[in-house]
Design a protein around this ligand. Structure first.
Ligand SMILES: NC(=O)c1ccc[n+]([C@@H]2O[C@H](COP(=O)([O-])OP(=O)(O)OC[C@H]3O[C@@H](n4cnc5c(N)ncnc54)[C@H](OP(=O)(O)O)[C@@H]3O)[C@@H](O)[C@H]2O)c1
Length: 290
């Protein structure tokens, strides 16, 4: 297939571009070629594009910046995906768009299924939900919600903990917020398999396992580093709570654990790989490449 991918300098886009290139023709559309904030740039990129599938992981993701400029967030995270979806519908292409667990408000304590109502509590979540609706207005498209993404392409929270622990800095992380992380190598394999299906609508794509907080993830990372000899002894990680984080101006939902059974059923797997296995692999790679 000819597959166009945006956001190829980001975690998800870079991982997809690398994995899918083995079996497909990839047209990479980084911001320098296709700026989703600039309608003229997007129109120009679309006008010369021919593809079977348009994958759109590009997004403005910083929560605080989105509170400060919600109109820009709407342009990149909603208006641009809507325009791409219209172009795809008119050109017989399928669109696969990425979204977030932050479309949920975090008020429940049961795993969130795809048919549960989304009630975002910040500008980022609202812009992503609007993007989902714009993409799904055209039948056949797929919206994949991910959460707490980690992988080798670009540092994320777990890498900040890895680096801070290695440098001997004091460690602290938020303990009163739960989700399930998404590994980019796993996600890319799932997307590769989904290309061969006609999966449409919304799909929750996170690893399996027991829901975890950032504090739990941080403790897991330093334990793995110690077991693998990257650290001599396992440091403590202090517990923080959301209410103690004045630098978080955007509200964060406390519980965004997604139910991933629809995806595992589509892939014909009893369960998706548990996050501890994927994260242990990530820490091992980081440890080996020091
Ligand atoms: N990371 C997470 O934990 C997480 C959690 C939930 C959902 N998600 C969703 O997953 C998707 C992929 O996220 P990610 O982790 O790969 O994000 P990321 O690492 O922050 O990458 C974002 C990508 O979007 C590109 N981009 C930003 N503004 C753009 C613009 N105006 N025009 C074109 N490209 C632009 C960036 O390009 P530059 O490098 O040029 O800035 C980068 O390639 C997003 O839809 C995000 O909402 C991510």
């Amino acid at each position: 297939m000819r597959i166009a991918i945006t956001g190829t300098t980001g975690r998800v886009g870079a991982s997809l571009a690398r994995l899918l290139a083995a079996r497909h023709e990839i047209i990479s559309l980084p911001r320098t070629v296709c700026d989703l904030a600039d309608p003229a740039s997007l129109n120009a990129a679309l006008s010369r594009l021919e593809c079977d599938v348009f994958i759109n992981p590009a997004a403005l993701t910083s929560l605080e910046a989105r509170e400060d400029d919600p109109r820009l967030a709407m342009r990149v995270n909603s208006a641009a995906p809507g325009k791409i979806a219209l172009w795809a519908a008119e050109h017989g292409a399928r669109m696969i768009h990425f979204s977030t667990d932050y479309v949920f408000g975090g008020e429940t304590t049961i795993p969130l299924t795809e048919d549960m109502a989304a009630r975002p509590v910040n500008a980022y979540g609202r812009s992503k939900l609007a993007g989902e609706l714009a993409v799904l207005a055209h039948p056949g498209n797929l919206v994949i919600r991910v959460s707490w993404v980690f992988g080798p392409e670009k540092p994320s929270f777990v890498d900040q903990i890895f680096d801070a622990a290695l440098a001997g800095h004091p460690l602290a992380a938020i303990a009163d917020k739960l989700s399930l992380p998404t590994s980019t190598p796993d996600l890319s394999h799932w997307v590769e398999a989904l290309l061969e299906t006609d999966a449409r609508g919304i799909l929750h794509a996170c690893n399996s396992g027991i829901p975890i907080s950032w504090h739990g993830l941080a403790e897991f990372v330093v334990r793995e580093m110690t077991v693998r000899g990257v650290l001599e002894s396992c440091p403590d990680v202090a517990e923080q709570i959301l209410a103690e984080m004045p630098m978080f101006r955007a509200r964060r939902p406390r519980f965004t654990v997604m139910d991933n059974h629809r995806l595992s059923a589509l892939l014909g797997q009893a369960a998706l790989r548990p996050w501890p296995e994927a994260l242990a692999e990530h820490v091992a790679l980081r440890g080996a490449s020091r």
